[in-house]
Design a protein around this ligand. Structure first.
Ligand SMILES: *Cc1c(COP(=O)(O)O)cnc(C)c1O
Length: 382
């Protein structure tokens, strides 16, 4: 069986983790945490970065920083991971779910304006599969209405919108280093990018359990205490050490994933032209970071049979999100009618992800492509 995902090890993780353990400081904000944060600040020009224990935690920090309060509204695409909405719900927000574009799962920027009310506080564009949302449009709307933008860039490491790195465009940006992402901090991890200077001081305080400890360690204050809300959002040095090994190999990881992605694309594009399914849509303002390779089937029935066919042929392909606006949890929280989001429903019913991970080799992609060709050319859908 070719698995759907397999976390990649560069070989240096255990070495750096050993170093962290024997350095005598294994709690957060040590040498490896600082190295990882500096990597993002230097490499992408992000103003201020703090590592977190997960992407979800980075989103929770963003929700606190935006001062989201009960009754505030937050616009989130429905086709996304739970955390994109949950982080704001925990602050008491009401989620206003938005539809996807017709051709890709990202939030449809042209439909956002109609969802804005005087209670709207935040828009959360999610860069699905690491492919950018239309950020110029979204930032223009947000600035005109005085609304914050929190980018859910969980899948979007090393990807760009018109040359600008994702995660660095909104007021705040959130990354994930879960084991299913392009790089991992040893299973769980995340990063908050603070792009708006007004948030920098408070971000460090919220990160350190509501204390001004980070300033104390820099010698800026002579004692530290409880000054705000917050939590223990910073990861242990052991996780940061793991992540550091992966960041050192980022270019190599990305190059290899992109080569596999292109191979899928080359091998399947004539079937897409015949109309059997749609390939990922990369708008010309966006880059592809090869986080994911997916197909969009014509309907739910074909997708179900397609996934089963691949499974019988030794390939683990999987569908993705269920629409959050129809979830069991959110059903009772809608204000007014449950919205109709047809593009979101289409991706929930028809999108299928193919195996994509560093160690996937070229022969395996060839064999997956030939199984897919067989499935559609011989019509295994009865
Ligand atoms: C992975 C992911 C998250 C959550 O990240 P964790 O590190 O698992 O908490 C949030 N949003 C999106 C779009 C994701 O893909």
């Amino acid at each position: 069986m070719i698995s759907f995902n397999k976390p990649y090890l560069t070989g240096k993780e255990a070495h750096y983790m050993y170093q962290a353990v024997y350095s005598g400081k294994i709690s957060g904000n040590g040498i490896f945490t600082k190295k990882c944060q500096a990597f993002f600040e230097d490499h992408y020009g992000f103003k201020k970065c703090v590592l977190t224990t997960s992407g979800t935690d980075a989103l929770e920090m963003a929700a606190i920083l935006c001062d989201v309060k009960p009754g505030d509204e937050v616009i989130v695409p429905s086709y996304t991971f739970v955390s994109s909405a949950l982080a704001f719900v925990r602050q008491g927000a009401r989620i206003v779910f938005a539809d996807s574009c017709e051709n890709n799962p990202n939030i449809d920027a042209d439909k956002i304006e109609a969802l804005i009310t005087e209670r709207t506080k935040v828009i959360v564009p999610v860069h699905y599969a690491g492919v950018a949302c239309d950020m110029d449009k979204i930032m223009e709307i947000a600035n005109r209405h005085n609304i914050f933008v929190v980018e859910d860039a969980a899948q979007a490491i090393d990807s760009y919108y018109k040359g600008k790195p994702l995660g660095g465009i909104g007021h705040l940006g959130c990354f994930s280093f879960h084991e299913t992402k392009n790089v991992t901090a040893g299973g769980e991890g995340g990063l908050l990018c603070v792009n708006d200077e007004r948030f920098i001081r408070r971000a460090e305080i919220i990160w350190e359990k509501g204390t001004n400890r980070a300033e104390f360690f820099r010698g800026m204050v002579n004692k530290y205490g409880w000054v705000d809300t917050g939590s223990s959002f910073l990861p242990s040095e052991i996780n940061s050490a793991f992540l550091w090994a992966q960041l050192e190999s980022l270019d190599e990881i990305q190059a290899r994933r992109k080569a596999r992605w292109e191979q899928y694309h080359e091998g399947l594009k004539d079937l897409a032209e015949k109309g059997y399914f749609a390939l990922p849509d990369i708008p010309n303002y966006a880059t592809n970071n090869a986080h994911m390779f997916y197909l969009v089937c014509r309907n739910l029935d074909e997708r179900t049979k397609f996934i089963a066919y691949l499974r019988e042929n030794g390939v683990a392909a999987v569908f993705h999100y269920l629409s959050l606006h129809l979830s069991e949890y959110y059903k009772e929280h809608h204000v007014g009618a449950i919205p109709e989001l047809p593009n979101c429903d289409k991706f929930a019913n028809c999108l299928v992800r193919l195996p994509m991970f560093y160690e996937l080799n070229s022969e395996e992609v060839d064999s997956i492509v030939s199984s897919i060709r067989k499935c559609f050319n011989e019509n295994h859908f009865d």
